[in-house]
Design a protein around this ligand. Structure first.
Ligand code: IPE
Ligand code: IPE
Ligand code: MG
Length: 244
């Protein structure tokens, strides 16, 4: 079909209608528990799935990816689990720095970095600067909450002297001001909620839910999500099948 880019044999081709895909990577804990392992092993396997899925999305021709890595509410988990997740993120950031040139990924962290360990925060900021000119956008939502994001944006607007705001003013003060809203949001592990993810940006996103646990998510399932997206009719409140 006209406009499609076919780069990956196993995945359906995508075009500009599916330029941004977001993942709520859920089910790591259950994956480990099902195997009789501590939850931390699930996060390790989840990090591998994350690497795999980013590669697949890039091959499929997707231009922007957002992943939910750690929510503002996830701090309430046992310290040992939080530490394991932060260590995996640290490892990933170091690896991303090393492989910057071959991957061509532009990293942006969504969320309040102030609550992160100073060392992790510095590495995250460095990676953002290092990869600023790269083309494939990867947003990593880390210490991210949709409500906190909107509240932060509003406070910033007040600080800048606004007394009344438009939707565009709010959108331009969100963590995602550099990119378009997600066309598709995928959530794994049989949960049917947003859990404070992209509350503003998800206004007209399509959703794909699957019982598959995140560590088991791969090419076949991503293909299903893409096919499912292309079978939808997006109307944006209108009657015709148009984008905006
Ligand atoms: C998602 O997996 C990863 C994070 C929230 C960091 P979970 O750890 O929530 O896995 P379940 O939902 O307990 O199975
Ligand atoms: C959402 O998953 C957060 C991430 C995937 C990082 P949770 O497992 O924290 O969400 P709830 O608690 O089931 O809503
Ligand atoms: Mg969960």
């Amino acid at each position: 079909m006209f406009g499609f880019k076919k780069k990956n044999k196993g995945l359906p081709p995508v075009d500009e209608r599916l330029s941004h895909i977001a993942f709520i990577m859920d089910g790591n804990g259950r994956w480990a528990q099902n195997k009789g392992l501590p939850r931390e092993y699930g996060h390790k396997a989840g990090a591998e799935a994350f690497r795999r899925v980013i590669r697949l999305c890039g091959d499929a021709g997707i231009k922007a990816i957002t992943v939910y890595a750690f929510s503002t509410e996830n701090w309430s988990r046992p310290e040992r689990e939080v530490r394991a997740i932060m260590e995996l993120l640290d490892e990933y950031i170091r690896e991303a720095e090393r492989t910057d040139e071959e991957n061509g990924i532009r990293y942006v962290f969504l969320g309040d970095k102030q609550a992160l360990a100073p060392d992790l925060r510095a590495k995250a900021e460095h990676l953002e600067t290092l990869t600023r000119e790269n083309k494939l956008l990867l947003n990593i939502a880390l210490n991210y909450g949709g409500r906190a994001e909107i509240t932060t944006a509003v406070n910033q607007l007040i600080k800048e002297g606004y007394t009344s705001v438009t939707e565009a003013d709010i959108a331009s003060h969100l963590y995602t001001s550099h990119c378009a809203d997600p066309d598709l949001i995928v959530r794994t592990a049989n949960e049917y909620r947003l859990s404070n993810f992209l509350l503003w940006q998800a206004a007209y996103s399509e959703f794909y839910f699957t019982p598959t646990l995140w560590p088991d998510f791969g090419e076949e399932e991503l293909g299903e999500a893409i096919r499912s997206f292309y079978a939808r009719k997006r109307k944006f409140g209108g009657l015709a099948d148009r984008k905006k």
